[in-house]
Design a protein around this ligand. Sequence first.
Ligand SMILES: C[S@@+](CC[C@H](N)C(=O)[O-])C[C@H]1O[C@@H](n2cnc3c(N)ncnc32)[C@H](O)[C@@H]1O
Length: 211
Amino acid sequence: MKIVDVHLSDELFKKFVNLFYELAGISLKDYKKYLVEYRLCKIVGPDKEFKDYESLYEALINDKGGKLRTQFINLLTTNYTYFFREDYHFKFVQEYVKNNYQNEPYMRLWSAGCSTGEEAYSMAIVCYEALDRAVNTYDIKILATDISLNVITFALEGVYHYSKIRGNIEDPLLKRYFYFDKDKKTFTVKEEIKNLVQVRFLNLMDDYPFK
Ligand SMILES: C[S@@+](CC[C@H](N)C(=O)[O-])C[C@H]1O[C@@H](n2cnc3c(N)ncnc32)[C@H](O)[C@@H]1O
């Protein structure tokens, strides 16, 4: 996408940075100015919703309903993720679950910025691998939360294009826990895996609505 010919001053960039920090707790360094321009230019420009960055900022400050602020957060959050990122974390979780489930009455796992769901579903897969059939008789739940509504919708669906998965999941796990659609070239997470995961909106800056 081409960055439109609308200037973002350093002063206004700092105001966007402060607002984003206030809303999402994410601090953007000065070198991210280009990234902020690139992402916000989807709604700023001569033929866009806002003719310049000043009017976008004003609208954000006066956004009582929160719809524009949600869009602002969706645009500025970075949702990079993939299955089993990083794999040693998941080896650890698998070992932990395997060695401890008999000693603990229940287990709760949390993917606290879950993006499109890969991390939470990877956790569910390692739980299945660790517990085998016992997963159905044991009280284990995985919570997946994110501030971006775009990624939450994606995570709930649990459908991934093969190009996003290729190389990240071993073939036996793919066969066991996903349905493959040959025409669409997508992998869909099986129900048994989805059933372990609850996907919810949560801003980590707010109070947690659970223990
Ligand atoms: C880079 S992704 C990481 C995804 C996954 N945890 C992983 O490691 O592969 C970071 C995620 O955190 C989310 N995030 C950032 N700030 C957040 C906040 N204040 N509350 C909830 N989620 C937040 C972003 O929307 C994004 O989807």
